[in-house]
Design a protein around this ligand. Structure first.
Ligand SMILES: *Cc1c(COP(=O)(O)O)cnc(C)c1O
Length: 421
C-alpha cells in the first residue's frame, strides 16, 4: 500500500499534487512519500515483533540523508556497504552501534573509518577479509564484532544479476567451510565473533528459498555453539520483493515472512537482524518525467521523455518493469494505445518499455514511473552530461527538495584541467 493516488483527476503524493512539484522543481525528479516509508517500515518491524530484532535498512537502495533520517527516527538501524554509506548514515544521525557493515570487498581504510566511528558488526565474507580486519582492529587497539556471511547454496529464483546465495556467486563462505573459518576467526586477536550472516538475493517473490536458507542456518548454529562460538545474532539479509506490476502475483506479505522466521529460527534464542532495502523504499517513490516529443515511427509510436536510463537504469540493466502512469488521469473510457517509452540517450538500451498501453499523451504531459524509490536515484549517473536527477520528499501537504539538481556550472566544474591544457 502506498500514498500515491488520484484526486480530482490528477496524481498526488499524500497531500501534494505531483504537477505542483514538477512546476517548482522541474523534471525529471524523484518524489518520495514519508507516509509510505513509515508504513512500510512499521509493517516489516511489526512482522518480527515476536522476536528480539533490529531492522537495518539497506541504504544502498536509497541513501538520501532525509530518507535515512526518517527511518532512523522510527528506530531503524542501517546496513551499509561502503565508507561513504557509513559516513552518510552517521551524518543522518544513526548511532554507530546500529550500523552493520556488509560487502564483499571492504578496504582497510573503510574498516578503519567504521571501527574508529563505532560499528555494530562487520559482515565478513572471506578469510582474507577476516585477517585484514583483525590487523586493522588490533592496530587501533580494539576488536571488531563480526558475523561471517555464509553462502547457503540456495537459488533465490530471482534475476540472475541480483541472486547472491548460490555457490557460484562471489558472496560469502561455503557452508561446508563455515566451521573452519569460524575457528580461524576465534583465533584472531582483533576479531570478536557475534553471529552469523546471510543474504541470498534481491526481489524474491517466494518464501521457499528464504526458508531453505534459514533452515541451513538453523542447522549450523548448534554446531558453531558446540565449537565454542558465542552466536547471539543472526543477520538474515534483505531481499523480500515488492509488487512492480499489478498483473504479477503478489510477493509474500511481511507477516508471512516474519512467521516463517519465527518458525525456522525462533528456537535458537538469537537476536534477529534483517536488512530490507527495496521493501521499505521501493513503492515509496516515483520518478516524475515529462513527454518531450511523440514520434511516429515505422509502425511504432515513441513517447520520448526527459528522463533517461541515467536517471532510472533498472529497465536497461535488469530488464525491469515499472508501471508508467499519466499524472493527469485519462477521461473515463479513453482509449489506450501501445507506445515505446524511451529517453533521449544515444543508445537503444535507453528504453523504459516497449508496446506499453497508455492513453493518448501529448507533448508536455507528465508521467510517473511507479515503484521507483529503490535503486532509482541511488543508481543514477550523469551519463550524457545530464545533471544528476533531483529528489523531493513529501510529508502530508508539503514537500522539500532533499537533493537539488546540479546546475550546468556544477556539472562542468566537477572536472579539472591539467596544467598543460
Ligand atoms: C542489496 C543488499 C540488501 C538489500 O536488498 P533488498 O533486496 O533491497 O532488500 C541487504 N543486504 C545485503 C548484504 C545486500 O547486498
Amino acid at each position: 500500500m502506498d500514498h500515491f493516488h488520484y484526486r480530482d483527476g490528477t496524481l498526488f503524493a499524500e497531500g501534494v499534487a505531483l504537477c505542483d512539484i514538477a512546476a517548482a522543481v522541474g523534471t525529471p525528479v524523484y518524489v518520495y512519500s514519508t507516509a509510505t516509508l513509515v508504513r512500510h517500515f512499521r509493517v516489516f518491524d511489526e512482522a518480527l515483533s515476536g522476536l528480539p530484532h533490529l531492522v537495518c535498512y539497506a541504504m544502498k537502495a536509497n541513501g538520501n540523508l532525509a530518507v535515512v533520517r526518517t527511518l532512523a527516527g522510527l528506530g531503524a538501524g542501517v546496513d551499509v556497504v561502503s565508507a561513504g554509506e557509513y559516513l552518510k548514515a552517521r551524518a543522518a544521525g544513526v548511532a554507530g552501534d546500529r550500523i552493520v557493515f556488509s560487502g564483499v570487498g571492504k578496504t582497510r581504510e573503510e574498516m578503519r573509518i567504521a571501527l574508529s566511528g563505532g560499528i555494530r558488526q562487520f559482515n565478513v565474507e572471506s578469510e582474507a577479509e577476516l585477517r585484514a580486519l583483525s590487523e586493522v582492529a588490533s592496530g587501533l587497539g580494539t576488536s571488531a564484532p563480526v558475523a561471517l556471511r555464509v553462502n547457503p547454496d540456495v537459488d533465490a529464483r530471482t534475476h540472475d544479476k541480483i541472486s547472491t546465495g548460490r555457490k557460484e556467486d562471489k558472496f560469502g563462505i561455503p557452508l561446508a567451510r563455515a566451521r573452519a573459518v569460524y575457528a580461524e576467526a576465534a583465533a584472531l586477536p582483533g576479531i570478536a565473533v557475534v553471529g552469523v550472516d546471510m543474504h541470498i538475493g534481491s526481489q524474491l517473490t517466494d518464501l521457499a528459498p528464504f526458508e531453505a536458507a534459514y533452515g541451513r542456518l538453523a542447522e549450523l548454529v548448534p554446531l558453531l555453539r558446540a565449537d565454542g562460538h558465542a552466536i547471539g545474532r543472526l543477520d538474515l539479509g534483505g531481499g523480500l520483493g515488492i509488487p512492480y506490476a499489478a498483473s504479477n502475483a503478489p510477493p509474500p506479505l511481511p507477516a508471512e515472512y516474519g512467521a516463517m522466521v519465527a518458525r525456522t529460527l525462533g528456537h535458537l534464542g538469537c537476536e534477529i537482524e534483517v536488512e530490507p532495502g527495496r521493501l521499505i523504499v521501493g513503492n515509496a517513490g516515483v520518478l516524475l518525467a515529462r513527454v518531450i516529443y511523440v514520434k511516429e515511427g515505422e509502425g511504432r509510436r515513441f513517447l520520448i521523455l526527459d528522463a533517461a536510463m541515467n536517471d532510472l537504469v533498472r529497465p536497461a540493466m535488469y530488464g525491469a518493469h515499472h508501471d508508467i502512469v499519466p499524472v493527469d488521469a485519462p477521461a473515463a473510457g479513453a482509449a489506450a494505445a501501445p507506445f515505446d517509452v524511451v529517453g533521449p540517450v544515444c543508445e537503444s538500451s535507453d528504453t523504459f518499455a516497449r508496446g506499453r498501453m497508455l492513453p493518448d499523451l501529448a507533448e508536455g504531459a507528465l508521467v510517473a514511473f511507479r515503484s521507483a524509490g529503490a535503486y532509482g536515484a541511488a543508481m543514477a549517473s550523469e551519463y550524457n552530461a545530464r545533471p544528476l536527477v533531483p529528489e523531493v520528499l513529501v510529508r502530508d501537504d508539503h514537500f522539500a527538495v532533499i537533493r537539488a539538481r546540479p546546475t550546468f556550472d556544477d556539472l562542468i566544474g566537477r572536472d579539472t584541467l591539467p596544467p598543460w591544457l
